[in-house]
Design a binder for this molecule. Structure first.
Ligand code: GDP
Ligand code: IMO
Ligand code: MG
Length: 420
């Protein structure tokens, strides 16, 4: 049985937290796309961990964790993350499996990310500068190198050709501020470390596990509105962040997919550039940032904040085929007198309920919903939730046409309420 967790907004919906909560029900957690641009936060007791490449099941004993073929893999980030985890979980390296097909992020991919962003000037994407775009570019243009290559005889020669090619590109961008020897030394050290890990044909590993009846959870990174095809292009990431991406990134057929668990925040955030119809550039936006501690888990950048956008959410539920909806960070809305949710867009004088080709110039039309005066993170069961909050849930469910099955009311594992 394969279930898929995906983000329904612009990332940072709390996927890591939700995966950590539900991992108990699974044997294997697998990342299928993205790379170290992701930052998934888990709060276990009072300790906070941020995972970039390693799946969020690593802190649960007996859970196997797979980095699938659709991921772009930076050995340097992996080594640091693994070492940090090994300091607290001593068998973590035995429970991690890396696909031979995952593409390698080379030091020059990160430099190219920076050079290309610089060249874009005002229209830059606001990328995490982790080399994601250039690595996927090389993959699609059939110039990439993969994890499996680090075990091949001609690796050094092929790598040198790539690095030389990238250096010529960096010259073209007039980007010279780097010490390639130092970067390569650190990278080779990390590659030696990765060679000692379990490197596998993850498509066989996962399909055989599924045949044996294993329960597998695919953990998405980023979110639907950052998807390369269905996001707010060009202000997106370079991978398929939607549920269908799990099949491609893991090599598991689509008829194996059981539940598609869509995660959304009770409001909206975005980090990086690009359109954001319900953005609040005022005191309310500042309050959401403060109460929600909305600062990037990977880059530390302040996240842009705004009201819940139901037009975008319904679109995301449709594209992913969501079967279960989970709301996170509901506690962040505690104390607001009135909440607003976007239910339509006005575009070129016309109203629409569909998420259009371009959301650059849309004006959201809102419904007001009364807020609640309660501390949701102190509440342990659905029955004890305030009626105003239940009305907020009901409004969303009626609009989307799907039930909300779980609500996260705090960063910690136990701050989670299953709905009836
Ligand atoms: P991800 O990328 O989707 O895994 O999300 P991030 O980890 O980047 O961002 C979510 C942030 O919200 C993290 O700091 C979490 O610890 C925190 N968080 C997750 N769920 C909740 C919640 O229900 N309430 C509050 N207050 N914080 C939460
Ligand atoms: P998680 O998995 C939020 C954003 C970047 C930028 C755009 C492209 O933690 O939800 P990239 O480095 O991928 O080329 O950047 O995508 N972005 C994210 N925003 N959460 C993420 O991951 C993100 N990963 C990338 O800010 O706007
Ligand atoms: Mg994140």
């Amino acid at each position: 049985m394969l279930d898929v967790v995906i983000g329904l907004q612009w990332g940072d919906e709390g996927k890591g937290k939700v995966v950590d909560v539900i991992t108990e029900d699974y044997d294997i957690i697998a990342r299928f796309q993205g790379g170290p641009n992701a930052g998934h936060t888990l709060k276990i007791g009072d300790t906070q961990y941020v995972l970039h490449l390693i799946p969020s099941g690593i802190f649960r004993a007996n859970t196997f964790n797979v980095i699938g073929g659709g991921v772009v893999f930076d050995p340097v980030v992996f080594k640091k993350e693994m070492d940090d985890i090994l300091a607290v979980v001593n068998d973590a390296d035995k429970r991690i499996y890396i696909s031979r097909r995952a593409h390698l992020i080379l030091p020059t991919h990160r430099l190219l990310d920076a050079a290309q962003e610089q060249a874009k000037g005002k229209s830059k994407i606001g990328s995490t500068l982790r080399g994601i775009g250039p690595t996927y570019t090389d993959k699609i243009s059939r110039n990439g190198m993969r994890i499996g290559d680090i075990l091949m005889k001609d690796f050094d020669r092929r790598l040198k050709d790539k690095i030389d090619q990238h250096k010529r590109l960096l010259d073209f961008y007039n980007y010279h501020d780097y010490d390639i020897d130092k970067l390569m030394e650190q990278w080779f050290e990390a590659v030696d470390y990765v060679r000692k890990m379990n490197i596998i044909n993850s498509e066989y590993f996962l399909n055989k596990a599924l045949d044996r009846g294993a329960r597998v959870l695919a953990e998405g990174a980023q979110g639907t509105l950052l998807d390369i095809d269905f996001g707010t292009y060009p202000y997106v990431t370079s991978s398929s962040t939607i549920a269908s991406g799990a099949c491609i990134g893991l090599g598991v057929p689509s008829n194996r997919v059981n539940s598609i668990i869509g995660i959304f925040k009770a409001y909206t955030t975005r980090v990086g550039n690009g359109p954001f119809p319900t953005e609040l550039n005022d005191q309310t936006g500042e309050m959401l940032r403060k109460q929600g501690n909305e600062y990037g888990a990977t880059t530390g950048r302040p996240r842009r904040t705004g009201w819940l956008d139901l037009v975008a959410l319904r679109y995301a539920v449709m594209i992913n085929g969501v079967t279960e909806l989970i709301m996170t960070k509901a506690d962040v809305l505690d104390g607001f007198d009135t909440l607003r949710v976007a239910v339509r867009y006005k575009i070129d004088g016309q109203e629409t309920e569909e998420f259009p080709f371009s959301v650059d110039d849309v004006r959201p039309i809102y419904e007001n919903i009364p807020g609640w005066k309660a501390n949701l993170s102190q509440i342990g069961s659905y029955d004890d939730l305030p009626v105003e909050f239940k009305n907020y849930l009901k409004f969303i469910e009626d609009f989307i046409g799907k039930k909300i099955t779980g609500i996260s009311v705090g960063a910690r594992r136990k701050e989670f309420i299953y709905c009836k």
